[in-house]
Design a binder for this molecule. Structure first.
Ligand SMILES: NC(=O)c1ccc[n+]([C@@H]2O[C@H](COP(=O)([O-])OP(=O)(O)OC[C@H]3O[C@@H](n4cnc5c(N)ncnc54)[C@H](OP(=O)(O)O)[C@@H]3O)[C@@H](O)[C@H]2O)c1
Length: 329
């Protein structure tokens, strides 16, 4: 199993390498790829050094799987070239997500949709992934009518430059900016670009991707996505209105039994999910589970996950593991 990691020097790529190592992914050859400026530099994997190679060199090596996290334009240009060489691409950018011929996969929700013909597979947006892992088992039981979500997103979701901006601001250094305003001691109700309808692209991703992953356009979703000066993961306040009534203890029990979810909900002992605790974990954490007392059949939840792990690298590696397990690659 030859595996290329495209964007190996980036925030997601670095975590991708860590996750592959930790999960003892059955690879026989690792091919790290980054931009031309990084070619020849080395990364370390399982204690061994590997040189970064160019895109063309990697394609020539005909990897079985390529895990892409190098931006949308890089994916649009190069994923089809890997596909042409017989490689299955799992892409972290937004480039292919809404392409009707491309599957958008969260293994806990819809891995069963994958077949041997899917040679470019899209990894959803980080905020969407952690939300649908929780929505799916509740939708199966009570049928979701509407979701209102507000996010509190980590700067690691923007990439290396954003982490540098936050760190520089803390040290009083005037360096390169990833955001239009200061991020330290601030909150930006603005993630990705603004669209004509007044929403940001990130907000509309949460709407459209949720419908696609859940294969159900009847679920109404509205989102407000917000950047905060935090590093460990994204948090979400989620209000869910169901078709059918629910029992709170049963909701908790369903979530506790669902794959990939850890319930942390003991307010008497001040236990609830936080980015500091989710950092470097692969699971999605849920707490503050309570009835919405302002509406019938409605529930409030607080969902936290490490956006670089379940929101990106872990989800992509889980897709690759599924492909191998089902002999689809
Ligand atoms: N951060 C998240 O939470 C998150 C979550 C889900 C998805 N994503 C997506 O994953 C992608 C990467 O995000 P990131 O946060 O890791 O960004 P990042 O830290 O800025 O890293 C970008 C990576 O892409 C490489 N790259 C850039 N242009 C390239 C090119 N033309 N050819 C080959 N490699 C190139 C860079 O290589 P150099 O070091 O050589 O420049 C670097 O390895 C983006 O599409 C992002 O939307 C990010």
């Amino acid at each position: 199993m030859k595996v290329a990691v495209v964007g190996a020097t980036g925030l997601v790529g670095t975590v991708m390498l860590k996750v592959l190592e930790e999960r003892n992914f059955p690879l026989t050859e690792l091919i790290p790829v980054a931009s031309e400026k990084s070619v020849g530099k080395e990364i370390t994997f399982k204690g061994k050094k590997f040189p970064i190679v160019s895109m063309d060199t990697a394609i020539g090596m005909r990897p079985d799987i390529a895990l892409f996290s190098a931006g949308g334009n890089t994916s649009l240009e190069h994923a089809p070239r890997f596909k042409e060489a017989g490689t299955t691409v799992i892409d972290n950018s937004s480039a292919w997500r809404m392409d009707p011929t491309v599957k958008l996969i969260v293994p806990e929700v819809n891995a069963h949709e994958l077949s041997i013909d899917n040679k470019i597979i899209a990894n959803p947006n980080c905020s969407t992934i952690q939300m649908v892992v929780v929505l799916k088992p509740l939708h199966d039981k009570y049928k979701i009518k509407r979701v209102v979500v507000s996010t509190y997103q980590s700067v690691t979701g923007t990439g290396v430059k954003a982490v540098e901006q936050l760190m520089n601001e803390r040290k009083g250094i005037d360096g390169p900016k990833a955001y239009p305003y200061e991020i330290d001691l601030n909150v930006l109700p603005h993630i990705d670009v603004f669209m004509e309808n007044g929403y940001t692209k990130e907000e509309m991703k949460m709407v459209k991707e949720t419908n696609k992953i859940m294969s159900d356009d009847s679920i109404k979703v509205t989102a407000t996505t917000v950047r905060i000066p935090v590093m460990g993961g994204h948090s979400e306040s989620v209000n869910i209105e169901f078709e059918n009534d629910f029992d709170l203890a049963e909701v908790r029990s369903i979530l506790e039994k669902s794959p990939g979810i850890i319930v942390v909900d003991d307010v008497a002992n001040l236990k609830y999910p936080m980015p500091k605790d989710a950092h470097e974990k692969d699971e999605v954490f849920v707490g503050r589970i309570r009835r919405d007392e302002s509406a019938p059949k409605a529930l409030n939840l607080w969902i936290v996950a490490d956006n670089l792990r379940k929101g990106a690298a872990t989800n992509a590696v889980q897709i690759a593991e599924y492909l191998i397990q089902k002999e689809l690659v």
